[in-house]
Design a protein around this ligand. Structure first.
Ligand code: FE2
Length: 434
């Protein structure tokens, strides 16, 4: 349904749900953004050149780090985060790159025990016999073992989500963002909302095609909803120098267009915790470690070589594609994680371009629990209500296909096992008995 509200002089046309006529909406919003930039006295080409120069400087730094044998990804020890002694140099590197490996986030043996616990949980509940194939893939081969397990409520996952160690790292990462401005606290950096996600267990010997470069915060809604237009206001009004990828203003309440790829939560960082050791050349995560690349992605379709009713291939109900055709500068910076060990965790700014490399005859397991940093904010509080329902019934959270394998599994994590972090993250009142 199209819901364009009245335009004021300073407001772009916006659609709070998916427009009925996408090409017309794309034309309208591009015309309006170009007009707003022109009203600032600059052309789209001028502001794009500013963004391109800023991104190019980052890309060149990354290339020179790589050439010198320096690690592109920042790496920080959990012990330093917990002790509050991360150095200003490390913080600067994290801000520049927008991604991080936390070494020793959990003890190696703890992560290996969680991995074994997940296997006991799924095998004990006959998951592999019952698995009906990928819910989002019509041709999924029934009976084959999945790599992504649609399992959300194992004791291992919940223990990790509600652990003090997880809360410590999430608070550290949230604090990289500006969370208060204009008299508004956009999110609470000290409280996470326990966004439940799945696990991946990729066995040795597999061939995998990987996952192409993309970003996750939205697709056409990034240009078309009022909240995102406000969040990215500096990109759309000619004041691009003021754009700050670490500013949470207007990002934590607005709607997102529905679709199979949507994430209802606001995440400061996406992340996963390694449950096996993984070498850097075994089909691992890559990012374009340039947080401000979002400025490039959002302004690129406004250049005149892109047809007026297109957004460089971005459309609804689909991830935001990033590629050589439209974004060759960004693709130069694609950088993989270093070797990680079970118990390390890996994080990347929610706007960042990422991909998973292909692998042939993978050596060793590739096992992770997806646990992001999703701080308490209006958007995450709303989603937490449906998470609570899913937790109580054992069903799949509403952002994911309704596969609901765990509803009848007796040993899933129980409410009685929640600690104070877990109760707070689910929006439950404190347990007065403990
Ligand atoms: Fe993604």
């Amino acid at each position: 349904m199209t819901m364009t509200t009245t335009r004021s002089e300073t407001e772009l046309p916006h659609w709070e749900s998916i427009p009925d006529d996408l090409p017309a909406a794309i034309r309208a919003v591009k015309t309006a953004i170009r007009g707003q930039i022109a009203a600032s006295g600059r052309s789209v080409q001028e502001v794009f050149a500013v963004v391109e120069a800023r991104v190019r400087a980052r890309v060149e730094e990354i290339a020179s780090d790589r050439a010198a044998g320096r690690e592109v990804w920042p790496v920080i020890d959990y012990a330093d985060i917990a002790a509050g002694c991360v150095t200003p140099t490390q913080l600067h590197h994290l801000r520049r790159r927008g991604c991080l490996v936390v070494r020793g986030h959990f003890p190696h043996e703890q992560a290996r025990a969680w991995d074994a616990g997940i296997m006991e949980y799924v095998e004990g509940n006959h998951f592999f016999e019952r698995y009906a194939g990928p819910a989002d893939d019509f041709f999924g081969s029934v009976g084959s073992k999945p790599e992504i397990y649609p399992v959300y409520w194992s004791p291992a996952q919940m223990q990790a989500r509600q652990s003090d160690r997880m809360a410590t790292v999430q608070a550290f990462l949230n604090a990289r963002w500006s969370h208060s401005s204009d008299g508004v606290q956009w999110f609470d950096p000290e409280r996470d909302s326990l966004y439940p996600d799945r696990i991946r267990r990729r066995p040795p010997g597999v061939d995998s095609g990987g996952l192409g470069a993309h970003c996750d915060p939205g697709n056409l809604d990034l240009w078309m909803t009022r909240a995102y237009q406000q969040a990215f206001r500096h990109l759309f009004d000619g004041t691009v120098e003021a754009y700050d990828p670490w500013d949470a203003a207007h990002r934590t309440a607005g709607p997102q267009y529905p679709g199979t790829t949507m994430c209802s939560a606001f995440r400061t960082f996406q992340g996963w915790t390694a449950l096996s050791d993984m070498d850097h050349d075994q089909g691992v995560l890559h990012t374009v470690p340039v947080p401000e690349a979002m400025a490039y992605l959002l302004l690129r379709p406004l250049l005149p070589d892109v047809p007026d009713d297109e957004m460089c291939g971005v459309t609804t109900n689909s991830t935001f594609p990033v590629n050589e055709r439209w974004h060759p500068l960004l693709m130069q910076a694609l950088s993989g994680i270093p070797d990680v060990r079970a118990g390390d965790s890996v994080w990347w700014h929610c706007d960042m371009v990422h991909s998973v490399a292909p692998v042939t005859d993978q050596q060793g397991w590739g096992n992770v629990m997806y646990i992001p940093a999703a701080p308490w904010c209006p958007r995450n509080e709303t989603y937490a209500a449906s998470v609570r329902d899913a937790f109580h019934s054992g069903s799949s959270p509403s952002d994911f296909p309704a596969e609901d394998y765990e509803c009848s599994w007796p040993d899933r994590f129980a409410e009685a096992d929640l600690n104070a972090v877990g109760r707070s993250g689910l929006g439950l009142p404190p347990d007065t008995l403990t």
